[in-house]
Design a binder for this molecule. Structure first.
Ligand code: FAD
Ligand code: NAD
Length: 154
């Protein structure tokens, strides 16, 4: 099986889009990620999967904390910025939730402390213990087959 077939298949799983953010020595780093999942209710755990090639890997290893910002339908530009697909952009302002930077306008902001890190293949799975949550009543951004979409009500 080649890489393209695998990616095409995984792209058929419609997801939301998140920006994972962390802060190291006063500098905030963000990265677009759709490999995000709820793991456990008691305790409250989530997981994000970060490529060994992403700068974010070392940043989270250093800070031990991160936020997951579930993007709203109006935040496609932020998804592209934090995936490195839009270079000439204005400065992105972050707010704070507890001890982590978060994005204003997200559907949900989830603050986490790293509770475990598992290296699996070419990614690291960071298990985050959820320390704080903020939810807004916005429509989510959707990602399917490499394209951005929005939800349509039946
Ligand atoms: P860089 O590539 O250096 O940074 C990412 C971009 O964010 C750069 O353009 C940088 O300028 C900008 N940026 C960072 N911090 C700030 C800041 N404070 N202010 C303004 N701009 C800033 N990869 C995974 O490992 N896991 C996934 O689950 C995943 N899901 C993805 C889902 C989608 C829909 C897309 C499009 C990409 C996904 N990627 C995922 C790929 C990942 O987003 C890119 O490879 C990304 O460029 C890796 O980021 P980096 O940490 O290496 O940092
Ligand atoms: P794509 O067709 O490469 O991605 C489709 C799906 O394949 C993604 O949603 C993801 O589920 C999976 N995938 C892609 N690259 C992967 C990787 N390196 N490791 C594990 N799973 C991967 O293309 P796209 O949707 O246009 O993505 C744009 C860019 O973002 C590509 O460079 C892609 O590699 C990267 N990306 C990485 C991940 C990830 O690392 N988990 C996830 C999504 C996108």
């Amino acid at each position: 099986m080649d890489d393209r077939q695998f990616r095409n298949a995984m792209g058929k799983f419609a997801t939301g889009v998140t920006v994972v953010a962390t802060e190291v020595e006063g500098s905030v780093h963000g990265m677009t990620a759709n490999a995000f999942m709820s793991v456990s209710l008691s305790p409250k755990l989530v997981v994000v999967s970060i490529s060994e090639r992403a700068q974010m890997l070392e940043k989270i290893n250093q800070s031990g904390k991160f936020s997951v910002n579930i993007l709203s339908s109006s935040q496609q530009d932020l998804s592209m910025i934090f995936a490195g697909q839009q270079k000439n952009h204005q400065e992105v302002k972050f707010e704070r939730l507890g001890e982590v930077p978060v994005l204003d306008g997200a559907v949900a902001q989830i603050a986490c402390e790293v509770s475990a890190a598992h290296i699996e293949g070419d990614h690291t799975l960071f298990i985050g213990r959820v320390t704080d949550i903020n939810i807004e009543d916005f429509e989510p951004l959707i990602y399917f087959s490499g394209k951005y979409r929005s939800l349509v009500e039946e």
